[in-house]
Design a protein around this ligand. Structure first.
Ligand code: NAG
Ligand code: NAG
Ligand code: NAG
Length: 487
């Protein structure tokens, strides 16, 4: 998927920083590009935080860059600063008509998130229609994350509260392809999210950056009777009705600087389609487009970027996940995102999850934690080095990502080699000052696969004139930090 190269000689594989004449590949970093200021890396909370939200070591490993021991493994903290808090849709109380939530037989309790709004009797968050003691674990992990530096916090919904749904089932409508939010509850869904945002500001010290009312809303797989999680289909026309209510309910509570994001579609192509179909009123209320990365190697990332940036809005990849524990899929799709989508934040779905999906394997039902995968270390190659405030520039190839820290005059390069082992040259000749000749370039390496090097640091690479180079084994990802660089 990334780049392909021919075979190389044995002599080259034995070099660590050999003469440039033997180089196989060169990428020229282009500092004149500006794909925006990086906002951060993150994770959604929801299920894993409901299961493990009291464990401070997990907050340390995900939300700091310290070395943290988890289940006997000393890990480099990921330093995530974006969290997505899931406003739940589930409760066990009766509604004023005596009805109770309809529960899909396939949903695990660990995937039901408690709602704060128990019934429609009152919109007043101080009334007994509201319970602010529920969802303690997810709220606790949110607080732990913020205390460690998470500064971008999104409130998101997977489904409206069950009693706002036609079939009272927060896993989706009965056919999956029709709206489940009752039309007379469009504003109530907005009231729910706005009240949570306001209560969080006044009682939890949490200022949500953004609020998102939908999750993969154009999908037709949110089928209540067979659902395995909270989910809800929304027609685009319904999105266009709900978004202005959300903007207005936030405003009326004084939350004018809390932005509305939408629509968290599953794929880049659905995001393009939804973005092009929302009413101009709804579009004007959206400050950021969130898209999920489940189209993997497919889809028109470039069209979405051009549409969204053309309207002056931000763009996040707000949810990505897959079951490839090697990190190969993650790095391939992240490279595509950096080259074509240009998000300013990137959010992994569940950092703790079943083997493959989790960066660290975990069982939310048995409440057990296993080992980190190579994918954990592959992601660390990005998250620990491309930091909030850096300018994303052009790495010059499909296998290179680059960011620049103007304050520290530091250049960060993350590159992957999927071909046979080879030297890759990094040409810095387009910088005004390409570092100091002979100066150290720190590097870190991780083997993509089922085992091997895990975020190992080396001080063996040096600037030579206007370039440096490194010998990459096959399926190795490396990060470089170059000091004294001026654009
Ligand atoms: C809820 O009660 C608090 C404290 O008594 C008060 O400050 C707040 O305004 C009330 N909220 C509403 C929506 O009435
Ligand atoms: C999105 O971009 C495509 C390709 O550039 C363009 O044809 C289309 O009109 C754009 N749509 C919107 C809503 O900006
Ligand atoms: C590399 O050098 C830097 C700067 O002197 C130092 O902080 C770091 O610990 C060194 N790393 C290794 C792996 O030796």
């Amino acid at each position: 998927m990334v780049h392909s190269r021919g075979l190389l000689t044995l002599a080259v594989t034995l070099l660590t920083a050999g003469p440039a004449a033997l180089a196989d590949e060169t990428t020229t970093i282009n500092p004149s590009a500006n794909f925006g200021t990086w906002e951060g890396w993150g994770t959604s909370l929801a299920w894993w935080a409901k299961a493990f939200g009291t464990q401070t070591a997990l907050a340390d490993v995900f939300f700091t860059r310290n070395t943290v021991t988890v289940n006997g493994h000393a890990l480099p903290g990921l330093g995530l600063n974006v969290i997505r808090y899931n406003a739940g849709a589930s409760s066990t109380n009766k509604d004023p008509d005596g009805a109770t939530m309809v529960v899909s037989p396939s949903i695990k309790a660990s995937r039901q998130i408690d709602t704060f709004w128990l019934d429609w009797t009152s919109t007043d968050p101080n009334s007994t229609s509201w319970s602010w003691t529920v969802d303690a674990n997810q709220r606790n992990m949110m607080s732990l994350a913020i205390a460690r530096g998470a500064n971008l916090v999104e409130l998101f919904s997977n489904s409206p509260v069950w009693w706002m749904c036609y079939n009272l089932n927060p896993s989706g409508s009965t056919d999956g392809s029709s709206d489940n939010l009752e039309s007379w509850n469009w504003d109530q869904h907005a009231v729910y999210l706005a009240n949570v945002a306001q209560y969080a500001a006044t009682h939890w010290g949490v200022k949500f950056t953004s609020v998102e009312a939908f999750n993969e809303p154009s999908a037709t797989y949110w089928v209540g009777p067979t659902g395995t999680q909270e989910g809800c289909h929304f027609d685009v026309s319904t999105m266009s009705n709900v978004i202005p209510f959300l903007r207005s309910e936030l405003n009326s509570r004084g939350l004018t600087s809390t932005i509305v994001s939408a629509s968290d579609e599953e794929t880049y192509d659905l995001a393009v389609s939804t973005f092009g179909s929302l009413t101009s009123t709804a579009l004007a209320d959206i400050a950021r487009v969130n898209v999920h990365g489940y189209q993997y190697g497919g889809g028109r990332r470039d069209t979405l970027y051009s549409n969204v940036s053309g309207k002056g809005k931000k763009l996040w990849n707000s949810e990505y996940g897959e079951g490839d524990a090697t990190g190969a899929s993650l790095v391939s799709n992240l490279m595509l995102d950096f080259v074509w989508l240009h998000p300013t934040a990137w959010v992994y779905w569940q950092v703790l999850d079943v083997a493959g999906w989790g960066l660290i394997t975990a069982d939310n039902d048995a409440k057990t934690i296993g080992a980190p995968s190579q994918k954990y270390f592959v992601l660390a190659q990005f998250t620990r080095h491309i930091r909030p405030g850096m300018r994303i520039i052009d790495g010059g190839s499909s296998y290179t990502v680059s960011a620049y820290d103007a304050t520290a005059k530091k250049l960060v390069i993350v590159a992957v080699n999927t071909a046979a082992a080879q030297i890759i040259n990094f040409d810095l000749s387009r910088f005004t000052t390409p570092g100091v000749n002979g100066a150290l370039v720190q590097r870190w390496a991780t083997q993509i696969g089922t085992s091997g090097t895990q975020y190992t640091a080396f001080n063996d690479t040096f600037i030579s004139g206007t370039k440096f180079w490194s010998n990459f084994g096959q399926n190795v990802i490396m990060t470089f930090e170059v000091s004294g660089v001026v654009i």
